[in-house]
Design a protein around this ligand. Sequence first.
Ligand SMILES: [Zn+2]
Length: 119
Amino acid sequence: MDKKTLEELKTRLLEEQKRIQDELGAFAAKDPNLKGDWDSKLPQFGDRTSEQDENQDEVEEYVDVLPVEHSLELRLRDINLALEKIVKGTYGTCEKCGKEIELERLKADPEARTCVEHA
Ligand SMILES: [Zn+2]
């Protein structure tokens, strides 16, 4: 891979990393003790009966948000991994077979960890 392409992909990874961190930050609080781990703020429950309906909505909303948060965390993890590989000089090789990952695949998905065959 030429240096220019690598720089382009690195820029995209950094932009995506920032975007996902912002998105996670919008509904999650980062635990300063666990790098890269995000905890959702649990909804606050009132104990008055009149608030029960409202709380029910909050719970449903919270449950809906978890799969989204989880997939964002997984993408962020892969992006961080890709950025680490750029530093180490191992970026762009398949984790399964060690061959170079197709450039078209990396352009579509810069955090890809495997070649098309091993996707
Ligand atoms: Zn492979």
